[in-house]
Design a protein around this ligand. Structure first.
Ligand code: NDP
Length: 475
């Protein structure tokens, strides 16, 4: 069985009290790894290490080129260890190995390379005032960053925080999700192998409330909190950080609307819509879980969508053919399955799919749904989509915006004017037109409403992870 520990000051350490917790492989439902369970003591040690590395170490003072060199080295090492890391993600989280190997790990590498390149190309402004004065900006690192990450894309989403935080000269304490601690631990080891100075990246394992997560968000020596997870957790963290006034960036839940107009390319719309809801067994903040289809094409779309969903291969995530793995934990399976149990109470129809064996849920399509039902309002975070017909563009926009979330939306149409009009009207951080999941790391990423606070990506990450300073000079 794999044993992992905290990683502080480039050293692997046990918890003082020797406590550990299990990480369960969702496919076999057996413990496959054990992690040190952190307490206040390990959180303090990690924050002290990060504080010391920031206040007294070389990292924040390095040139962008020097820091970029370290980030590229980390990316190289991730690439060299990709098979091992992909296997870890699949064992820890249950995602199909093709997803871990083909998507999550390459994107993790990209996150490091992108921010390495970004800082070397990044410019500062100057504001000439008159012949007597001018002002220029400096983007100073903020300090110690607490990065709190979720279980659905463990190393990929952790790196989306760690890479920019480090690139801009901060030091980091990372708390991975309790369900998936292993790949982030390996990230710490690889960063040390890349030569990152002691204390620059520290990893502490533990839980959220009354544990490492909460201790980090209330710690006086933590300057910034970057969090990805559920909106309710975001609410708790916002309260916790207020006692010590820290900057926050929250990437939270979603209930993505997906509108298919009757002039859409039907094959394209079906293929993207399947990916939008069934990728990673729907355990994606961006999942297109509310599908609105124009009434003229509704029956045809439904028949073809269900046919394709039924053909998806549900099974062992280590099998190269598998498209849908188990849900990540028993607790999460119970939550998702609980939504299907609402069918008789809420009076919707489970048109296709349903519960599978173990912790699997088959690709599931609900009909006879409306926006007032819990299955349409709440983030299910599983392979379950509710489909509703609509008649007019205005109705589609209203239905799509009728949510407290606002992370993303999609629309399918061949009418370019409608595409721009609807994209402008949708209240969401990202709107995909005739596609889904396409990202450029320069673009802003984040959500409206309960889906987020702040944006990350490119210059948006620069704003969050730095303190812009104006230097005013008399010439
Ligand atoms: P959680 O909110 O349950 O947990 C996320 C992280 O926060 C975990 O590390 C967790 O620790 C920690 N945490 C929990 N409570 C606290 C607390 N009080 N103080 C500090 N830290 C805490 O989310 P999940 O891991 O379940 O991830 C799924 C959620 O993440 C979904 O809602 C999904 O939409 C969202 N998400 C959003 C994305 C986006 O970019 N907008 C991307 C991916 C996911 P522990 O694991 O120990 O509980």
């Amino acid at each position: 069985m794999k044993q992992i520990r905290h990683f502080i000051n480039n050293k692997s350490i046990d918890s003082k009290d020797g406590k550990i917790f299990d990480s369960v492989n969702p496919a076999t439902q057996t413990t496959w790894a054990q992690a040190a369970l952190g307490s206040k003591s390990e959180t303090d040690t990690a924050v002290r290490a990060a504080r010391n590395a920031f206040d007294n170490g070389p990292w924040p003072k390095m040139t962008a080129k020097e820091r970029a060199g370290f980030l590229h080295k980390i990316a190289d090492l991730i690439e060299n260890n990709m098979d091992e890391l992909a296997e870890i993600e699949t064992m820890d989280m249950g995602k199909p190995i093709t997803q871990s190997r083909g998507k999550d790990l390459p994107r993790t590498v990209d996150n490091f390379r992108f921010f390495a390149d970004y800082i070397t190309l990044s410019e500062n402004e100057s504001f000439p005032m008159s012949n007597d004065y001018h002002i220029y900006t400096r983007y100073e690192p903020v300090g110690v960053v607490a990065a709190i990450s979720p279980w659905n894309f463990p190393i990929m989403l952790a790196s989306w925080k760690v890479a920019p935080a480090l690139a801009f000269g901060n030091t980091v304490v990372l708390k991975p999700a309790e369900q998936t601690p292993v790949s982030c631990y390996r990230l710490g080891e690889l960063a040390a192998e890349a030569g990152l100075p002691e204390g620059v990246l520290n990893i502490v394992h533990g839980f959220g409330p009354k544990s490492v997560g909460e201790y980090l968000t209330t710690h006086p020596d933590v300057d910034l909190v970057t969090f990805t997870g559920e909106s309710n957790t975001g609410r708790a963290i916002q309260k916790a950080v207020s006692s010590t006034l820290k900057g926050v960036s929250f990437e939270m839940g979603g209930k993505g609307a997906n509108i298919v107009f009757d002039d859409a390319d039907m094959n394209e719309a079906i293929d993207w819509s399947l990916r939008a809801i069934f990728t990673n067994a729907g355990q994606v903040c961006l999942a297109g879980s509310r599908l609105y289809v124009h009434k003229n094409i509704y029956e045809d779309f439904l028949t073809r969508f269900v046919q394709k969903a039924d053909q998806m291969i549900v099974g062992d995530p280590t099998d190269l053919k598998t498209e849908i793995g188990p849900l990540a934990s028993k607790e999460h399976y119970n939550k998702v399955a609980g939504y299907l149990d609402l069918a008789s109470e809420e009076k919707f129809t489970i048109y296709a799919g349903g519960k599978g064996k173990g912790w699997w849920i088959k690709p599931t399509i609900l009909t006879e749904v409306h926006n007032e039902m819990r299955v349409c309002k709440e983030e299910i975070f599983g392979p379950i989509v509710g489909i509703q017909p609509f008649e007019t563009e205005a109705e589609a926009i209203h239905l799509a915006n009728d949510t407290r979330y606002g992370l993303n939306a999609m629309l399918f149409t061949e009418n370019v004017r409608r595409a721009h009009r609807v994209a402008a009207a949708l209240r969401a951080g990202t709107v995909w037109v005739n596609c889904f999941f396409i990202r450029d790391l320069r673009a802003p990423f984040g959500g409206f409403g309960d889906s987020g606070i702040g944006r990350e990506g490119g210059k948006y990450s620069k704003e969050f992870f730095t303190e812009p300073k104006a230097v005013v000079m008399k010439i």
